[in-house]
Design a protein around this ligand. Structure first.
Ligand code: SF4
Length: 263
């Protein structure tokens, strides 16, 4: 009907954005409906797992056994060739480009996001949409580094349809490539961007709101969890929290607020 004030697509997009915001803010699930369970309810996922108690993810070598030869790729070019026109999970069927990663192959700093969105899928480069521009601003105007000086990639290399969250089988299929990227780049510091990436990196469900600002370790590399730039576009007031996290990262890299080596 033409007199409807909102289109179905607009409503669905709004619900999706709002749900993503709630997840980013730490929502772990919806309240159970008031029905009598068939058996006593089991304990829920802890909501306050201390950072130190987070189980580390499986080692790179262990994961590389999924794909014989992956652990022997000598550099990022060889790794990209190894991945090829990957069909190891169902996401291959909807992609335009496989989004591998970009930046300095010897970068001291690596940013890891979730998965390509529409802009990234179209261009074959991570973080190029509005959220990507904000990440570039954080790197270049905030840290006084060049985007080309850092390394940027995602946990998942192909765009999930409709920007839905990646599913567990897709993470299991694709994450070994990220572990190899980390092993080859050997960054001194990783920044985990947003709920999904941080949860995948740490194998935890602890809300990002509790994790951000606290150092973790991924494959032996210090990792600072922080909010995703897309979240900041919806919640600009939280930019100050991300800036605090980025200043911690700069200190860890031995950089002052102007991006120069600190005395
Ligand atoms: S998401 Fe990863 S595992 Fe799946 S097809 Fe793409 S590159 Fe392969």
């Amino acid at each position: 009907m033409s007199d409807r004030p909102y289109s179905r697509k607009l409503i669905i997009d709004s619900i999706r954005d709002y749900t993503a915001q709630l997840i980013e803010e730490g929502l772990e699930g919806l309240p159970a409906p008031p029905v009598v369970p068939a058996r006593p309810a089991t304990s829920a996922v802890p909501t306050s797992t201390p950072a130190a108690a987070i189980a580390p993810p499986a080692g790179a070598n262990e994961l590389s056994t999924l794909y014989p030869g992956l652990g022997e790729t000598a550099d990022l070019t060889a790794l990209r060739s190894f991945i090829g026109q990957c069909q190891r999970c169902k996401l291959h069927s909807g992609r335009t480009h496989l989004v591998f990663g970009i930046g300095d192959p010897r970068a001291r700093l690596m940013f890891v996001g979730e998965a390509p969105g529409a802009d990234e899928d179209a261009q074959g480069e991570p973080f190029v949409g509005r959220a990507g521009q904000l990440l570039t601003d954080i790197i270049e105007r905030g840290m006084h580094l060049k985007r080309s000086e850092v390394y940027i990639c995602n946990v998942i290399k192909c765009r999930p349809p409709g920007n839905r969250n990646p599913e567990s089988d897709e993470v299991a299929a694709c994450q070994p490539f990220l572990w190899r990227q980390i092993a080859l780049v050997k960054p001194e510091v990783i920044v985990g961007l947003g709920t999904f990436a941080v949860h995948a990196l740490l194998a935890t469900k602890t809300p990002i709101g509790k994790l951000r600002g606290h150092w973790q370790r991924v494959q032996g590399v210090p990792m600072m969890p922080t909010f995703h730039p897309a979240y900041l576009l919806r919640n600009p007031a939280d930019k100050r929290l991300v800036w605090a996290d980025i200043q911690e990262v700069m200190r860890a890299l031995g950089l002052d607020s102007a991006g120069r080596p600190s005395a």
